[in-house]
Design a protein around this ligand. Structure first.
Ligand SMILES: Nc1ncnc2c1ncn2[C@@H]1O[C@H](COP(=O)(O)OP(=O)(O)OP(=O)(O)O)[C@@H](O)[C@H]1O
Length: 722
């Protein structure tokens, strides 16, 4: 029986299709299921037509409605057709004529290339390359190596004509997908072995048969990373209604390999820049683990903020249909888990959580009482980075403690007074019925160490910001066994003050660590601009703080406009420009809920909300909207939030406002160099990463603005204009 499968290229464009066109797609899919092959080719409504002067006879078009056509791969054998694109009539015909399909001789995946344009431009590039003084881009790779990675003769000729990355960027969207990726990673500096391991090997499947490049039916069924076979109309309807959820259907082979590996012998880690699908992989890992759970086993899925908990919950709902299975997963922040464990203690006394920003005045009071003359900030940081980080409980341990990592001096003779002040601080807090979040985590870790672990698996997202006390809790929550901890994070997005490496905590992921490099969220233009903010800045790895992470090979296959970057004469003028920007996005058909506005401070957010509302545009702060609905973008109000609250979320369009020299870096967030020069550098980096996080939330459009002087992060990176 014929069927219509869906190519990932169709899904990429799906958000732009209006509901009646999506309905047309559903009708076409149903028709493929209903009719015989013969009827399909004769059907007058569908018009499964081949095109004259087409590069590939197998590429045909179908009628979706009066104005829209689908471009379909109709393979020579078998009865599985693939919908490649849905476009307006003339564009569809024009695009379809240029494309050619093939089966990759190594990965067995079906690939589509713009053969007409490639044929047209390659000779010109070859001519230029012949006289160019530059070395060819892929000169150091042999034909044999490239072919072993799946590069075919045509692509080889094209690759050999390129001399630099800019030229590859011109060719990339035209090239067959698997081959394009191989070339992009090699050009970015990855070795043949790395590309084999990260890109090619995960795409291979157990089949030992040699690849038959004419066998499309097998290849289509083999191309799970790019072609979705949908079996039920409810499933298709669901996909069409939630167009951004393509990841439920397609996992990139490199993602699938990490998420569905049968078992890891110990803690495993997945890292990668923003938007590389770490959260998606973590969710799929939960799905995999659910399939192997024994009676009574439970899974903890945890992250940093409540907004992210909401996003994880709705992500898991879309991925795991069975509510009874979902019920076996606790989704909670680490702090939330700590509060629950502490509250479950039989004689528990409810203590009020003290916010980090309320700590300093209490430290000042404690210092006064003990006669400590150093700053309150020093004490707060000493408590956090030495005492809580190392779980120090006695003066003797504190006197013997390693203060490596702290840039402030403290003699052994001074430690007893610091310790006395710490004891005063904690005693005063307890007397007031309060406790810091980290104290709660430390207490919960102790309780679990006594009672025993509560979970069979723990899956952690946004791991880069967790404090050692939180890690200790997670470690105590799960027994040290295969598949105990699955950790997703990105050190480039470290925006809180917890520079901690897994190695220092005894969590060993060596040999079980994978880096994702392909961004699925933002356009390459937005990515390149945002990445410039961090280029050349050393960023410590998640695994080992003595080694630096890089964004090598980090890229997006999506293309669009670069960010709009502009300064305004005054804050008023900047807010006016924000209103214009949001209006233009709304005018282009973007839902209000798909627009995010971010600023460093709550007060700037409040002004943005007020100004948007004055202009008749519904707007709401993230604090008043659930993260899940904000992320899903189903509602009409524009979401406004601080850069911290934007962590982990995404929007179609993002305006980052107030990026001026007083906001970023924010002086109060920087430890003065005379208090601790190292901490000063760490704080500065967190502020820089904060701007990076905010900008990388954007899918299609990014606007960055300031009034007065732009932030030094922008001027230093040379990105105040694009
Ligand atoms: N294989 C895929 N195919 C299509 N879309 C994908 C794929 N993987 C992830 N995505 C989409 O890319 C976006 C980013 O994914 P996700 O939030 O998991 O990335 P992340 O690495 O956790 O990002 P960040 O670190 O910035 O929070 C999401 O919209 C997700 O649906």
């Amino acid at each position: 029986m014929p069927q219509l499968a869906f190519d990932i290229g169709f899904f990429a464009e799906l958000p732009k299709l209006q509901p009646p066109v999506r309905k047309g797609v559903l009708d076409a899919w149903e028709k493929f299921n209903r009719l015989t092959l013969d009827q399909l080719f004769k059907d007058q409504g569908l018009k499964l037509e081949s095109l004259t002067n087409a590069k590939d006879k197998q590429i045909r078009t179908i009628r979706i409605d009066q104005f829209w056509r689908g471009v379909v791969l109709a393979p020579p054998s078998g009865d599985t057709f693939v919908l490649l694109r849905v476009m307006q009539h003339d564009k569809a015909i024009e695009w379809a004529k240029k494309q050619k399909s093939s089966v990759n001789a190594v990965t067995r995946a079906v690939e589509i290339r713009d053969a007409a344009t490639l044929d047209e431009i390659t000779p010109a590039y070859e001519r230029v390359a012949r006289t160019s003084p530059k070395q060819r881009l892929f000169a150091k790779f042999s034909d044999g190596d490239l072919k072993a990675l799946g590069i075919d003769d045509e692509t080889l000729r094209q690759a050999r004509s390129l001399v630099d990355q800019e030229q590859l960027d011109v060719f990339a969207p035209l090239l067959p997908q698997d081959q394009r990726e191989v070339l992009q990673y090699l050009a970015a500096g990855c070795t043949v072995e790395e590309v084999w391991q990260d890109i090619v090997a995960p795409a291979l499947q157990a089949s030992t048969q040699p690849v038959d490049t004419q066998d499309y039916e097998t290849a289509i069924h083999h191309s799970r990373a790019r072609i979705a076979l949908v079996t039920a109309s409810e499933e298709l309807r669901d996909i069409l209604e939630k167009p951004f959820a393509a990841w439920r259907v397609f996992l990139h082979p490199s993602q699938r390999k990490v998420a569905y590996r049968a078992s890891y012998s110990g803690p495993a880690q997945v890292t990668g820049g923003p938007g590389t699908g770490k959260t998606v992989v973590a969710l799929h890992r939960v799905k995999h683990l659910l399939g192997h759970l024994r009676d009574g086993d439970r899974i903890l899925l945890t992250t940093y903020t409540n907004a992210l908990v909401n996003a994880l919950r709705s992500g898991l709902e879309s991925l795991v249909d069975d509510p009874a299975l979902r019920e076996r997963v606790d989704i909670s922040t680490v702090d939330g888990l700590a509060s629950r464990i502490v509250a479950e203690k039989p004689d528990a006394v409810a203590l009020r959580p003290l916010m980090y920003n309320q700590e300093e005045s209490r430290w000042g009071k404690a210092a006064k009482a003990t006669g400590f003359t150093g700053s309150a900030q020093f004490l707060a940081q000493e408590y956090r980075h030495v005492i809580l980080a190392q779980d120090i409980r006695t003066l003797a341990d504190y006197e013997a403690a390693d203060r490596r990592g702290r840039g402030s001096r403290l003699t052994v003779a001074e430690r007893p007074l610091v310790w006395e002040t710490v004891e005063r601080f904690t005693a005063d807090l307890a007397a007031d019925g309060a406790r810091t979040w980290l104290q709660t985590c430390a207490e919960a870790a102790r309780l679990l160490a006594e009672k025993g672990p509560q979970y069979r698996h723990v899956v952690v997202d946004e791991a880069q910001d967790l404090h050692p006390a939180q890690w200790r809790l997670l470690r105590a929550a799960v027994p040290a066994r295969p598949d105990d901890l699955f950790i997703a994070g990105d050190p480039h997005q470290r925006i809180y003050d917890s520079k901690v490496s897994l190695k220092s905590l005894g969590i060993k992921v060596t040999g079980r660590s994978v880096k994702l490099r392909k961004n699925y969220r933002s356009t390459q233009e937005i990515l390149r601009w945002s990445t410039t903010l961090l280029i050349g800045r050393p960023i410590a790895e998640l695994e080992d703080e003595n080694r630096n992470d890089t964004l090598l090979g980090y890229r997006s296959a999506l293309h669009g406009d670069g960010p709009v970057v502009r300064g305004a004469a005054s804050e008023e003028a900047e807010l006016d420009a924000l209103v214009d920007q949001v209006r233009s996005w709304l005018g282009a058909g973007v839902d209000g809920g798909e627009i995010g506005v971010s600023a460093r401070f709550n007060k700037t957010c409040a002004k943005a909300v007020a100004r948007l509302k004055d202009a008749g545009i519904p707007a709401v702060t993230l604090r008043n909207a659930s993260g899940a609905s904000a992320a899903a973008g189903g509602e009409t109000a524009v979401r406004v939030g601080t850069m911290h609250s934007f962590k982990g979320l995404e929007f179609r369009c993002v305006a980052v406002v107030g990026v001026n020299d007083e906001a970023l870096p924010f002086a109060k967030a920087l430890t003065p160099t005379d208090v601790d020069p190292r901490q000063h550098e760490t704080d500065l980096m967190s502020e820089r990463c904060l701007l990076f996080v905010a900008c990388t939330r954007a899918r299609d459009s990014l606007a960055v603005s300031w009034s007065g002087e732009p932030s030094s992060f922008l001027t230093e990176a040379g990105v105040t204009t694009v």
